[in-house]
Every structure is written in C-alpha cells, then in structure tokens.
Design a binder for this molecule. Structure first.
Ligand SMILES: C[S@@+](CC[C@H](N)C(=O)[O-])C[C@H]1O[C@@H](n2cnc3c(N)ncnc32)[C@H](O)[C@@H]1O
Length: 252
C-alpha cells in the first residue's frame, strides 16, 4: 500500500474516530489515499469507497490490496441517493469533493442518513483562495490564483473553490453537533512533491480552460506565471502554501 505525501489523509483517518472494527465510508474516495491511511490505522476496519470514476476506483482497489478488513469500492454518483442503508456506518469522510457538487448540503444530508447514532462526519476541503505562491508579480499572481479558484474543469459538475470555509456551516446547518473545526496548512520552500503537483495542476487546468475560453486569464498569462514560479524555485525564492479546512460533526 503506497503512502500519500499529503499528511491530511492520516489526520482525516484520526479525526474519524473510527472504532478499530468499525465501518467508514469515503464519499468521492478517488484513488483511495484516505482509505489507505484509514487502513494503516485500522487494519481490520470495514472500508467503503464511493466514486463515479471507474478508473479511480480501480487504482484504489490496487492501493488497498492487502487491507485486512472488508473492502467495498462502489461506482456511484454522489448527486443521487447513496446506495447504502440508513444508520449502517460509524464514520463518513469526504475530502476535496464537495466543490464539484451543485448542492453540497444534499450530500451532507445523505452522509448523516448513513451514520449510526454517535457516528462521525469529517468534511475536509482545500479552500483554494488560500493558495500562496512566491515569484510572479502580485497582479499577475492574484489573477492566476483567483482564476484557478473559480476554474471548472470538464470533469466537474460545478466549481466552488472557496467551499473550504463553508464546511463548519454546512455541518451545523444540517443539524449535526459541530465537534471540531481545524485547519491544516501545507507549506514548502521547494518545488517538489505536493507543491510541484499543485503548481503543475494550476498550469494544466488554466491552459485547458484558456483554450476553451472558459477562464478569465490568457494562455500567455498562465505561461508567464508558471515561468516566474519556476525562476523563484531556481533562485531559492520559492514558497508555496495552501490550507485545508476540516470540520467534524457528531450525530447525537
Ligand atoms: C479531487 S478528487 C478527490 C479524491 C479523493 N477524495 C482524494 O483525496 O484524493 C475528487 C473526486 O470526486 C469524484 N467526484 C466528483 N463528482 C462526483 C460525483 N458527482 N459523484 C461521484 N464522485 C464524484 C471524482 O471522480 C474524484 O475522484
């Protein structure tokens, strides 16, 4: 089982407060990094991952080979009623998924339906307006970072890049007890690992949106921004950070 270099997954596994033989559902599990972190912490837990991407689920299955408890990876559209019974799980987690949904409160209601009494809901999302990168001039940097926050890629039904800050309100508004609110900031002074992947994602996403005419920045601006970030990395002026908001609710 390979380990993600993003510490957030281990934090989510911890905050889920899963009993060692309990059941956890990951809504929008993707390739399974949160399930893998949960498996390391609770090797006998029953893990359920829902996602609509068959390719991501297939990678998750490979990543979780060797998990000692039960494993169910199910292709499902999170905009529809979830294919699980009422009050059947101890914990529900979801990381970096809600921004894609036009009605995130509907998924939160479904997540609560799945929880046993005293069950835990952990919602976590990068708030993309928190991204800081050194190198590019301020005006260009603001334009590019804000365009990325608002960017909607073709695989997304919706885009709300500022959803991180709304998570505590979503939990409280759904009637759960808001148990904890945390932030986790990833920071790096070198353009490697997560920072490198995020900067590359920003460049790739905005160049494709510029080509489709669906963003507010031009391909030239994106290319200039990226060159300035790379120059900062070469000259040891590089800094990158982004913040994840984590909200934990408890069903009474
Ligand atoms: C940014 S990825 C995050 C994946 C995973 N939680 C992680 O931490 O790596 C967003 C995931 O949400 C899934 N997704 C987006 N909209 C969905 C929907 N309507 N139904 C099911 N899955 C969806 C995508 O397929 C993708 O795997």
């Amino acid at each position: 089982m390979s380990e993600s270099d993003e510490p957030v997954h281990a934090v989510l596994a911890e905050l889920s407060q899963l009993p060692s033989d309990g059941t956890l559902v990951d809504l929008g599990c993707g390739t399974g990094p949160t399930l893998a972190a949960t498996s390391r912490r609770h090797p006998r837990a029953r893990l359920v991952g829902l996602d609509r991407s068959a390719a991501a689920l297939s990678t998750a299955r490979t990543q979780l080979t060797g998990h000692g408890g039960g494993l169910q990876l199910v292709q499902a559209d999170l905009r529809r009623p979830l294919p699980l019974a009422d009050a059947c799980v101890d914990a529900v987690v979801s990381y970096n998924v809600l921004e894609c949904l036009g009605d995130p409160a509907a998924l939160v209601r479904e997540a609560i339906r799945l929880l046993k009494p005293e069950g835990t809901l952990v919602l976590a999302h990068v708030d993309f307006d928190s991204i800081m990168v050194s190198g590019p001039p301020a005006d260009l940097d603001r334009r590019v970072c804000h365009a990325f926050t608002d960017d909607r890629q073709p695989w997304m039904d919706h885009a709300n890049g500022r959803i991180g800050r709304t998570l505590p309100g979503l939990i409280a508004g759904a009637g759960l007890t808001l148990h904890r609110t945390e932030t986790l900031t990833a920071a790096s002074t070198v353009l490697t690992g997560h920072a490198e992947r995020r900067v590359a994602d920003m460049r790739r996403a905005l160049l494709s949106s510029a080509a489709r005419g669906t963003t507010t920045v031009t391909a030239i601006e994106v290319t200039d921004w990226h060159a300035a970030v790379q120059a900062a990395a070469r000259d040891r002026r590089f800094f990158f950070s982004e913040t994840v908001v984590i909200a934990v609710g408890r069903r009474t």
